[in-house]
Design a protein around this ligand. Sequence first.
Ligand SMILES: NC(=O)c1ccc[n+]([C@@H]2O[C@H](COP(=O)([O-])OP(=O)(O)OC[C@H]3O[C@@H](n4cnc5c(N)ncnc54)[C@H](OP(=O)(O)O)[C@@H]3O)[C@@H](O)[C@H]2O)c1
Length: 315
Amino acid sequence: MVAPDSTPSRPVADPSPTGAVPVPAQAAGWVRIGDLRVPRVGFGTMRLTGPDIWGPPADPAAARATVRRAVELGVRVLDTAWYYGPDTANAVVREALSPYPDDLVLVSKLGGARGPDRSWTAACRPEQLRAGAEKDLAQLGVDAVDVAHLRWLGEHAPADVRFEDAVEAMVALREDGLVRRIGLSSVTLSQLEAAQAITDIVTVSNPYNLLDRHDEAVLRRCAAEGIAYLPFFPLGAGSMGVPAPLSALAERRGVAVGQIALAWLLAHSPAVVVIPGTSQVAHLEQNVAAASVQLSPDEMALLDSLATPGDETGA
Ligand SMILES: NC(=O)c1ccc[n+]([C@@H]2O[C@H](COP(=O)([O-])OP(=O)(O)OC[C@H]3O[C@@H](n4cnc5c(N)ncnc54)[C@H](OP(=O)(O)O)[C@@H]3O)[C@@H](O)[C@H]2O)c1
């Protein structure tokens, strides 16, 4: 059950004709993830851990409160991974939300892992993908994960593991009921095509934001084919540069720079579901409120022009 917005001073969608209380995360509309329909503002759990995405959060109660508030505000896509922490973000999600709302969509990642030195490593052999899926189920306390991304860490993958073999292993996980739908993360256009030749792909999650549009070609393909696109680092991982026209626009509009960045993503492509990550309720509320920031054609043109030359090629 979606709780009503309790802070009417924040911008929210116009009340519906039926007089229903507007739900902030729904203000930017909905998108399909395969057979599911979800509000376009989601949440990423990677910041619900300690520093370097390692160990428990400094304030576990605040971390739980943040993810609970996301759901109260209508967020229904939670992007998570067993290796955030590792074993931490999933636990926070479960402690905060279980039993889960029926319409919550848990999106996990398989194919990554962490070394004891906190490095990010590949775990993309079929048996490693299966072990990761089993961790997700145990940590999240679910029978199956709604969507599992094959997170391709190609530069770390052993030479004998082919991308196509990893996709086949994901299909086996779906056939065995551990995951319900398959997405891809950190893939090229040709890898997306190769995966689509094997099975139905419902999501892609690649790095992309207002100032880094190297993945434009994949985003366009996703929009054309009805695949939801979940850009990661939508706020530049918290360290996005702020060109003067961007800060001036945010000031003129009386909103945060990050809200402009999220609103631009939502307006730029109907395939986008934003999954900003934060460990703070105030930041979460600000990010969700970005769903209500409407950008005029002139403002979009200004923001469009901020891309680094060449980014739009998707090269
Ligand atoms: N598929 C993949 O391989 C992959 C890779 C990376 C990330 N992801 C997913 O994508 C999600 C988003 O990426 P991300 O969390 O790394 O980066 P992000 O959303 O671009 O930025 C998060 C950073 O911005 C800060 N922040 C968030 N909201 C803010 C606000 N309103 N005001 C000021 N600072 C704010 C956060 O700090 P505070 O905590 O202090 O707010 C955090 O440091 C992740 O959570 C994860 O679920 C997926």
